[in-house]
Design a protein around this ligand. Structure first.
Ligand code: F3S
Length: 420
């Protein structure tokens, strides 16, 4: 791997031990993956922020990097932490956990990293442009950056994203290279993404509830790809007019990105009319089809809880947009929730919800904002029995991490579950 003289100086420790450590991480990664050089990046996004995942060893690593003088050279934001940094007592977080989580965030802040704590950095000021090289870690955001924005990032780990933030560069391999961004597999979707399934009612308002179906689509595609056993770049052909008469909304795409990354390890897909590069490629010859039965099966597979078993409700995986919070405020106005109900979003989005009066309506119902965090990275193992959510990704981790059963429903029906 060819390093510039500046990169060699960093590796030799001439800029201090934190930068040396960062360059060691990047050079090792570049060597493993056969990168020929480093490429400058315009932004970084770091995952592995919750103390629940980091533990003492992770906190020590971050403190050492901050003590060693490391400062982010590019715009860098954080994934969700293990708690709402302001409202943590109301969410049942222990003071001991809160203290350690604060130390994690302080270490990041000392390195000049913005403690945004969100998995939708593109909604909170970290929005790269088309073709920019970046180093992001959160799998759903990586998929969104590559597939919707057309920026270029591999799926970084926490340490490699931090190393990229401190040095302003990343090894030039994987999705940074043109040849790896070519679609490898055509996915023909022959299922209705605008219509209701057996678990949903057929009221017209379900037109607003398509993001759940895009999550199920990501699961169906992801699992077929995983069965194929190799890293794929799907070229997804959505149904034509009649079944889907407009391009997916931002909320649909963030849901699809989260689930296809979770269930299929996909970091880049192409959708004509969505992905900036899609028009420059022809359809790959290898092809799979997602039928209505596949989509229905994906939905059913995430429904192993009965409505009576649900004792925890959460919306906001990935973090809610302000449009979703506005809808939630309308649904909850004058209502009372009877179950623990977490609304997870980014702090800047919450501030806008405050200003618009949405927060007042939502909190008056008894629902709780869980800002800066989410139902997956918060330390809630064994606290609940069954989760109702509209997120396919949350369903995966609800079981895998917390051993919760799940009820997978459209957005509006999740809200109704909280009121039963
Ligand atoms: Fe975001 Fe947590 Fe889901 S980090 S994508 S809300 S698991």
């Amino acid at each position: 791997m060819q390093l510039t003289s500046e990169e060699q100086d960093i590796l030799a420790g001439k800029h201090g031990r934190s930068y040396r450590k960062a360059m060691e991480i990047l050079a090792a990664l570049g060597t493993i993956y056969g990168a020929e050089r480093m490429v400058p990046i315009s932004s970084a996004q770091i995952a592995g922020v919750s103390y629940d995942n980091l533990g003492e060893a992770g906190l020590q690593f971050l403190s050492d990097m901050a003590d060693g003088g490391g400062q982010a050279r590019v715009l860098t934001t954080l994934n969700p932490a293990g708690m709402d940094v302001e409202n943590w007592p109301a969410l049942g977080i222990s003071p001991e956990f809160a203290e350690q989580q604060q130390r994690v965030l302080e270490a990041f802040a000392r390195m000049g990293i913005l403690t945004t704590c969100t998995c939708t950095p593109y909604l909170s000021g970290n929005l790269p442009r088309y073709a920019e090289h970046i180093a992001w870690a959160e799998s759903s955001a990586v998929c969104f950056a590559n597939s919707v924005i057309g920026a270029r990032t591999n799926r970084e780990g926490g340490p490699s994203a931090l190393a990229a933030a401190l040095t302003g560069r990343t090894p030039d391999y994987g999705y940074h290279l043109d040849e790896n961004r070519r679609p490898t597999l055509t996915v023909e979707v022959q299922a209705h993404l605008k219509e209701t399934l057996s678990t949903t009612s057929s009221s017209p308002e379900n037109d607003q509830n398509t993001s759940m179906l895009f999550g199920a689509l990501g699961k169906a595609i992801g699992e077929k790809i995983e069965t194929g056993g190799k890293q794929s770049v799907p070229y997804i052909m959505l149904p034509g007019p009649g079944a889907l008469d407009q391009l997916p909304a931002l909320e649909d795409l963030k849901s699809l990105c989260a689930s296809i990354a979770t269930y299929g390890g996909v970091a880049l897909f192409h959708i004509p009319g969505v992905t900036p590069e899609a028009a420059s490629f022809s359809l790959p010859a290898e092809r799979i089809t997602i039928t209505q039965a596949d989509l229905d099966a994906a939905v059913q597979s995430m429904n192993d809880a009965s409505p009576e078993e649900v004792d925890f409700v959460s919306l906001g995986c990935p973090h809610l947009s302000i449009k979703e919070i506005a809808r939630l405020a309308r649904l909850l106005e004058g209502q009372t929730v009877t179950k623990e109900f977490w609304i997870t979003t980014a702090r800047p989005t919450k501030h806008l919800a405050d200003r618009m009066g949405y927060t007042r309506l939502i909190e008056a119902s008894g629902a709780k904002f869980a800002v800066d965090t989410c139902c997956v990275v918060a330390p809630i193992k064994s606290r609940f029995h069954a989760l109702a959510t509209d997120s396919a990704k949350a369903c995966y981790y609800a079981y895998a991490k917390n051993k919760f059963k799940t009820l997978f429903l459209p957005f509006d029906q999740v809200v109704r579950q909280a009121m039963k």
